[in-house]
Design a protein around this ligand. Structure first.
Ligand SMILES: Cc1cc2nc3c(=O)[nH]c(=O)nc-3n(C[C@H](O)[C@H](O)[C@H](O)COP(=O)(O)OP(=O)(O)OC[C@H]3O[C@@H](n4cnc5c(N)ncnc54)[C@H](O)[C@@H]3O)c2cc1C
Length: 406
């Protein structure tokens, strides 16, 4: 099904042909557009840059995410999980987190939660590509490459001005911004953000290790920041090494031998020696929350709404949680015959998600601060706390359930 663009005065009188226009075709925006189309809404997606096709012959993308069971369930519901799983997804059933200063550790097992797995490590571009491929067959009108240069809210619709598209004007009842942490649309809507710069970078690479990863996500907290070793489908591990800016720059400049040695020391040789590494990349780390997720006929989701520290590996999981919630709220509004972009409808989505995301973002931030403590009494208290938590089964279970997204 292809949905025509709406132009001119006559269409102003007719009402918009589209229900939803999503801006941003990253993992979250593409999932939103697909979820909307599968729920029967006439949907378009505007994306500035077409994603590169994913191929099994290509090297594993440097950017990977740990998909929680709730995210897998949504992708399955959207009919893309089977092909992602069959392509290249690293399942993990255990998570082991330990403190470099005290040795205190906490261990999570899927079996304790009555599950087979805690999640999957998957390449960002694989998830994005499988969603992207599914859009047109599901009836989503893909407008790419194109950028939104401005938008105007009218009585029954929002009208977007597009740069680079065949039709320069597009209108829909609801505008959904999933255009990433720097969200130009958030700025156009006049929504401010709050948060802090961690003055850290996440250094990422894939490494082969002397010992197998055992289907375990390993994370060691050092006073410089956490180092995660995430199990890839091909037996290697993907690292996310959060380091203060200057140290990240130094580590990025090391030759392979020195890098592998420092990484081995930082990981306490938990997987033995580091044998070989791919090229590296480094990403700035910020805590950023939009002060509101909603404006007139406008909502934010994904990183446009919230960017969090990667230590809990939850960024995209929070974004996919937004997608499921927005879809459910809009479907409910349609069922009772209310405009899907009515303020009270958007408020239901925005208030609930913002408070849930704020709680999560602040918890991850608190963890980052607690693991940054260096004063001996505080470090000892932290060690005691972690040991206690590992033994307090009900609390530990609640943590694990929350991380699974349910
Ligand atoms: C080092 C690191 C490790 C991470 N690890 C994890 C992890 O283990 N688990 C996890 O869940 N998350 C993780 N994350 C977070 C995760 O990568 C992000 O939450 C996720 O990629 C955000 O997706 P998004 O679709 O919201 O935004 P993006 O991926 O930023 O997509 C935004 C899209 O909008 C497009 N766009 C922007 N402006 C416009 C415009 N004006 N018009 C049209 N299109 C536009 C862009 O081209 C882009 O495609 C990590 C992040 C980092 C930095």
């Amino acid at each position: 099904m292809s949905v025509p663009a709406v132009r001119g005065e006559s269409s102003r009188r007719r009402g918009p042909a589209l229900d939803v226009v999503v801006v941003g075709g990253g993992m979250v925006g593409a999932a939103t557009a697909l979820a909307m189309a599968r729920a029967g809404f006439a949907t378009a997606l505007v994306e500035a840059r077409a994603p590169a096709p994913w191929s099994a012959k290509d090297e594993v993308d440097l950017r990977v995410v740990g998909l929680a069971p709730s995210s897998v369930a949504l992708l399955d519901d959207l009919d893309v999980w089977t092909s992602i799983r069959a392509s290249r997804a690293g399942p993990y059933a255990h998570m082991h987190v330990w403190d470099a200063a005290t040795g205190a550790a906490i261990h999570f097992d899927a079996a304790d939660e009555g599950r087979d797995l805690l999640g999957y490590i998957v390449e960002n571009n694989l998830v994005q590509w499988r969603l992207w491929e599914a859009l047109e067959p599901a009836g989503v009108r893909r407008i790419c490459p194109a950028q939104v240069s401005g938008f105007e809210v009218l009585e029954d619709r929002v009208q977007l001005n597009l740069d680079g598209a065949e039709a320069p004007i597009l209108s829909a009842r609801l505008l959904v911004a999933a255009d990433g942490a720097g969200s130009p649309l958030r700025a156009l809507a006049g929504i401010e953000t709050q948060g802090r710069d961690y003055a850290q970078r996440g250094v990422v690479a894939h490494v082969s290790t002397e010992r197998p990863h055992e289907g375990t996500a390993w994370q060691r907290f050092l006073d410089t920041g956490p180092l995660a070793l995430l199990p890839l489908a091909d037996g290697r591990s993907s690292i996310v090494w959060s380091l203060p800016e200057a140290q990240a720059q130094r580590v990025m400049a090391l030759d392979d031998e020195a890098f592998l040695h420092e990484l081995g020391v930082a990981s306490d040789f938990r997987l033995g020696r580091m044998l070989c590494a791919t090229a590296r990349a480094a990403f700035p780390l910020r805590l950023q929350l939009a002060k509101s997720y909603q404006a007139e006929r406008f909502v934010l989701l994904g990183d446009a709404a919230h960017a969090v520290h990667p230590l809990a590996g939850q960024g995209v999981n929070l974004g996919l949680r937004d997608v499921a919630q927005l879809r459910d709220v809009l479907v409910e509004a349609r069922e009772i015959g209310v405009d899907i972009a009515a303020p009270q409808v958007l408020r239901r989505y925005a208030r609930r998600q913002r408070s849930a995301d704020t709680l999560d973002a602040l918890s991850f931030d608190a963890l980052a601060r607690i693991y940054g403590w260096t004063a001996p009494p505080l470090v000892a208290a932290r060690g005691l706390g972690v040991r206690l938590l590992d033994r307090l089964s009900p609390l530990k279970r609640r943590l694990a359930q929350h991380a699974s997204g349910f």
